[in-house]
Ligand binder design. Sequence first.
Ligand code: DON
Length: 305
Amino acid sequence: MEKLLDTLIENNKVYTKNGKVASYIPELAKAKSEALGICITTLDGEEYCSGECDEKFTIQSISKVITLMLAILDNGKENVFKKVGMEPTADAFNSIINLETKSPQRPLNPMINSGAIATVSLIAGGDGDKIFERILKFTRKITGNPDININEDVYKSEKNTGHRNRALAYFMKSTGVIEGEVEEVLDVYFKQCAIEGTCKDIARVGAVLANNGVLPWNGERVVPAYVARIVKTIMVTCGMYDASGDTAVKIGIPCKSGVGGGILAAVPMRMGIGVFGPALDIKGNSIAGVKILEELSKELDLSIF
Ligand code: DON
């Protein structure tokens, strides 16, 4: 397996040249655009890695998978999907247009920014700091990594410049989707996006989802199977934004990307995969990461379809 992963890194490294690191969050512009790493965690606890798999990056939108699990645990699926839809979008991840034009007026799904901000507003636990503590604690549990933390510089960078997200959140406050204090909700959202991890960490989250909500390394159930199933389904239809259809056809695995360059993938009953390649395509997905997953899926026959 390690040999296969080395070959995949070698074959796909060239694609990093075709993408650009995110710069709308100024701190992310410092990423090494040529980096590429992959890690696989199987359900029987084996771990295989290649490339820059120990490089830390902020998980950004991959955190939306984590907060969706917590929001469903806290509220039940009916209450979550009253506030946030479950339909894919053909627009960019930070688009605002559907918030006004669609009826009922709610974000299309929990994977786009508007939907993720609405989702985190539903998480229980008290004030923003306490809610974020819960998110962090849960992230540490499902990565099996007690050292997970946030990158303060990236957090501050997005908090200072995240005006599009502010616009989305205030719009949702005006339509009643967000009930709490907008700046407090946004602060938690900016922090969840700045959680830092490696390919290994996100591969383990993928393995938990692949294992229907049970930590493969100790058999502990962290979410009911129906929660893992909903999250994986929404990853297939919405996880790669307006490239989700393309991903389903070419890769065929539930995936969630982040503008930090990570992609989390969960192959049901087989493995979790974490990929890191900060050079992004125009839709905000890791350009070489998508290519490497495509080749891996073909090699190991991983498509669920
Ligand atoms: O809210 C944002 O714009 C970022 N913190 C996260 C966006 C993101 O990761 C989109 N993914 N590809």
